[in-house]
Design a binder for this molecule. Structure first.
Ligand SMILES: [Zn+2]
Ligand SMILES: [Zn+2]
Length: 237
């Protein structure tokens, strides 16, 4: 949370886009929905089987929830799990709604548990007054894969912004969802509880910048970028 430049806060309108990413015959479609006062990029990933994983749970208002469920029903998607990139309130605010509505498990990294337990306090502090915690039921570790339909996504464990921060890497399709770890020409904050700037930068350099340069980065806030662009133009790295 608060891990992006302030100008993102001035974006008042939702913008959505759908991008089919295809390589070697496998296709994942990625849909972005931008929700809540922190303008979080929530991602839906699905393939031709219509099985879908939801990445981050930022829907808060009635309209945002309706926008999410309408998109899913209009496209006949079958959500199979909710995956949280990291336990900050802007990314987990809609967890309870999504898990209850679709009866799907919550997937997180084990190191995210203690921050998640304290989330109700942060929720009140930041005005997410209807927040309710969810018990995680699926765990992921570094380099594990998550499957949906015919597609698979690899987990890359990248703490430093927050304990339990994961990135989701689609190797075949050439993209990575980076949460609040790496942004367009910026990086996540490391001054929040469990943050550590050395750990963050080391993880970005050793685990993300080693990916192919044309890998597209879809961050937790703001526009997408590429590994190559961040290698050349990110002033924090
Ligand atoms: Zn965030
Ligand atoms: Zn964050």
């Amino acid at each position: 949370m608060l891990s992006y430049k302030l100008f993102f806060l001035s974006l008042k309108t939702w913008y959505v886009f759908i991008i089919p990413l295809q390589k070697n015959g496998i296709m994942i479609t990625l849909k972005t929905l931008i929700f809540n006062s922190f303008q979080v990029n929530m991602y839906l990933l699905y393939d031709e089987t219509k099985e879908c994983i939801i990445v981050d749970a930022s829907c808060v208002s009635k309209q945002e929830k309706a926008k999410l469920t309408t998109f899913i029903s209009d496209n006949q998607l079958k959500p199979v799990q909710l995956v949280i990139t990291h336990p900050h309130i802007d990314h987990v605010a809609g967890m309870k709604y999504i898990c209850d509505y679709y009866k799907i498990p919550l997937t997180i990294h084990k190191e995210a548990v203690s921050l998640l337990k304290g989330m109700p306090n942060y929720a009140n502090l930041f005005g997410f007054n209807e927040y309710e915690n969810v018990e995680p039921s699926n765990w992921v570790t570094d380099e594990e894969t998550i499957q949906f339909g015919h597609a698979e996504i690899k987990i890359i464990y990248t703490p430093g912004h927050a304990d339990g921060s994961i990135c989701l890497y689609a190797k075949e399709e050439g993209f990575v969802i980076s949460g609040d770890v790496l942004f367009y020409e910026s990086i996540g904050r490391s001054d929040l509880p469990t943050g550590n700037s050395n750990t963050l930068i080391t993880n970005i350099k050793n685990k993300l910048l080693v990916l192919p340069e044309n890998t597209i980065i879809y961050p937790g806030h703001g526009p997408s970028t590429t590994i190559g662009n961040e290698k050349r133009n990110n002033p924090y790295l």
